[in-house]
Every structure is written in C-alpha cells, then in structure tokens.
Design a binder for this molecule. Structure first.
Ligand code: FAD
Length: 380
C-alpha cells in the first residue's frame, strides 16, 4: 500500500468537499481529495437538477452575511468555470398572510435591505397565474434569489481544484483519521496519507467516520418530484421563478423547467429518519406518489396528477437545522456536515470557510452556534 504526504486532505468530494478542494488548492500546493464513489454520483445530497438560493432567509439572520458572501462567490465560481451555475430568476415565497414562514421572509427583506416585491392575492394571480391563489395568500419575490445547478457545480469545483494542482481520487473509501502528534494519518481503501490538515465533508455518512456525531445528525430521505405542466411556456425560467409554497402545514418548493418538459414541484422533508444511507428507500409506494401529486396540484392546478419522475436523496439533519462547522483543538481537522436540507446555497462560502479555518485566516463568518460542542449541548 502506498504512503503519501499532503498539506491538506479533503474527505468526501460531494458538495462542500469539492468546493473546499477548490478553495484549498488556491492556498496549498499538495491538496488531495478522496471520494468513495465516482467524482459525480447519484447517492449523495447534491443531485436532482436544481437547488434554490434565497437571500430572504426565514431560518435566521445569522445566515445573512454568509448568504451575501456566498452570492458573490457563486458569480466568481461560474465565471471561473465558464458555465452558468446561478440562474438569477428570483425566489417567490407564497403563504397565507400572517403565516410564520412568510412573516419571517418579510422581516428578513426589511431588516437586510434585500431588493424585493410584495404581492397581495390579486396581484399574485395576475403576475403568476400558474399558482392556485387563495384570498388570504400573499407573496414576496426575493430579487437576489434564484436557481443553482448542483451537478454542474460539483463538476466545476472539482475541475478548478484540479487545474490548480489538486489530486482527486475516486472510488476510494476513507476508513479512519487519526491525529498523532505532528500530523494526521488517513487510511483509505487505496493508501495511507500523512497530512498536515484534514477537511471532513462526508455529508450523510458523517457518523460512520465520527460515531460521536450519531446523536446529533439524523439521516432523512428527501424526495424530489417533477410534473408535466399543461403549458410548458408558463414554467420556463423567463416566466417562472424558484419558489417556496406554504399552506396548512404543507411545504413545497421548486424551480422552473430546466429539462424542457417538466417542472420540479417537491415536498419538504417528508419521511422519517433512516439508520444509515444504505437504508434509504429508492422506490416509493404509488399511494404516496398519488398523494404528492394531489398536493402539488392543490398549488399548481395545471400539472399532470402524478410525477413524471422522482428521486430520493439522503441528507443529514441536526436537531435545530443549524449546520455543523468545527475545527479540532489542534487546528488540524475541520469538519462541515449536517447541512439539514438547506446547505447547497452556501457551497462556495462553506468551501472558503473550510480553507480559511485550515489556513488560520481571519473570518467574521464563523459563528459558535455551528460548533459540535453547541450541537452536543443542544441534544444532551
Ligand atoms: C432533495 C434535496 C433538496 C435540497 N434542496 C436544497 C435547496 O433548494 N437549497 C439549498 O440550499 N440546499 C438544498 N438541499 C441541501 C443540500 O443539497 C445539501 O445540504 C448538500 O448538498 C449536502 O452537501 P454535503 O457536502 O454535506 O454532502 P454530499 O454532497 O452528499 O457529499 C458527501 C460526500 O462524501 C462522500 N463520502 C462519505 N463518506 C466517505 C468516506 N468514508 N470516504 C470517501 N468519501 C466519502 C460521499 O460519497 C459524498 O460524495 C437539498 C438537499 C436535498 C437532499
């Protein structure tokens, strides 16, 4: 078995790991990334054609500086990659007036001066006739929001990391990480690496390498569904933004048609936690698909009743949905995981944060609420 040396090893080349490899490769000569599957695969948290970026964030104002830096970096990344990764179509939040979710969006756009438009029910019907609108509905269009291209993003950050000299190994599993005095030893299915630093970005597999995280991260299956609309033109990016729709305890989200025939209209966090990613259901019962279709049509009447296709994906959730970002006492190991269903929009800024923490660079963007200690305290 070969023995190698590295400045930094990134474990898990999915969403955040690939972005971290890109950012680290700007700062260090010997960056190695390791992925257990291919350098693009359908088993993790990032596939499914699109993700939403929102600046008006009902999850809390602690995220706003991160969101703003992420948006700058999205444009930097797509320029460097030479392909469109961020579709600036805006994000429309629709809910009954007074609903907590929309009240928080209104608060967020006002507090942070986010450019936006507000619609009452009549104005919403006129501007977006695709939606079934109830008289008590209102909407906020976040003009900084938009759609992201996840598969292309991961491909692009990996490509840029390689251009900068990083070495990326695929189909290689990391079995253990051990800090021993002057360095960190990483054992994989293919080699042993002695590294100065390690970034752990193993997503829904986090507790396999770090069993102490099993109590703070639960793996939930998330379902994506696509429907054929009566008139495709109504759902193309020119006419239709990314959206989140809340009503009667049902939460849906989606994006304009990117495949030229269907539109993504998907439920949020539908299913109970599974023990490991291997237990994820990949085939759903017809009764569930029928009921999802009925709910989707209650929001968009011009959709076909059943999804034309769907997929299930694992995602690690913390109890309060705050991601885990932590650096070991020695400063040698940084972990970013537990992104709780809302991590994709932060991809480039979490990649940058990982690199800054490793390089010991000053950053205002870290918050102690991200630490493992804060999460352990919350569940104890
Ligand atoms: C269906 C769905 C919809 C979502 N929608 C949105 C959205 O609209 N907006 C938003 O901001 N976020 C959204 N998210 C959240 C976002 O996509 C995820 O938070 C993010 O992709 C997770 O990134 P990650 O790097 O933690 O995990 P992943 O991208 O899954 O990467 C982890 C990688 O580590 C590898 N790995 C694990 N263990 C090992 C090992 N031992 N050795 C080697 N490699 C290993 C895995 O194979 C994998 O490639 C959504 C998530 C899902 C699932």
């Amino acid at each position: 078995m070969s023995i190698e040396q590295a400045d930094v090893v990134v474990i898990g080349l999915g969403t955040i790991g690939s972005a971290a490899a890109w950012q680290l490769s700007k700062r260090f000569d010997r960056v190695i990334g390791i992925e257990q599957f291919g350098l693009g695969h359908p088993f993790g948290g990032y596939t499914g054609e699109s993700r939403l970026y929102r600046a008006a964030y009902h999850e809390g104002s602690m995220y706003v500086p991160l969101l703003m830096r992420a948006r700058e970096l999205w444009f930097e990344l797509q320029k460097a990659a030479g392909r469109e990764l961020f579709l600036p179509v805006g994000t429309l939040s629709v809910a009954p007036e007074g609903d907590t979710s929309i009240a928080n969006v209104v608060k967020s756009v006002q507090e942070h001066d986010i450019p936006h438009e507000v619609f009452d029910a009549d104005a919403l019907r006129k501007r977006y006739p695709q939606f079934r609108v109830h008289d008590d509905d209102m909407a906020v269009l976040d003009l900084l929001g938009g759609g992201l291209r996840p598969e292309l993003t991961v491909y692009s950050t990996q490509e840029l990391a390689r251009v900068n000299g990083a070495t990326l190994y695929d189909h290689e599993q990391v079995y253990s990480i051990a800090e021993d005095g002057g360095h960190v030893t990483i054992r994989t299915s293919g080699r042993i690496i002695h590294a100065e630093h390690v970034v752990v970005t193993t997503g829904s597999w986090a507790s396999e390498l770090h069993p102490e995280l099993a109590s703070v991260i639960k793996v939930h299956p998330l379902v994506l569904t696509w429907f054929i609309p009566e008139r495709l033109d109504d759902f193309l990016p020119e006419a239709f933004p990314t959206f989140i729709r809340d009503r009667d305890g049902v939460h849906f989200f989606g994006a304009p048609s990117l495949d030229g025939y269907s539109v993504k209209v998907s439920p949020d966090n539908l299913m109970p936690a599974v023990r490991t990613v291997a237990d994820l259901p990949r085939v759903l019962p017809q009764s569930l698909l029928d009921s999802l279709g009925a709910k989707a049509r209650s929001f968009f009447p011009a959709l076909q009743p059943q999804p034309v296709h769907y997929s299930t994906h694992p995602e690690g959730f913390t109890a309060n949905k705050v991601p885990i970002i932590d650096r070991s006492d020695s400063g040698r190991v940084v972990a970013i995981t537990g992104l709780s269903g809302h991590g994709f929009k932060f991809t480039p800024v979490f990649g940058e944060l990982a690199a800054r923490l490793i390089a010991d660079e000053q950053t205002e963007l870290y918050d102690d609420r991200f630490s493992i200690a804060a999460h352990l305290a919350a569940v104890s």
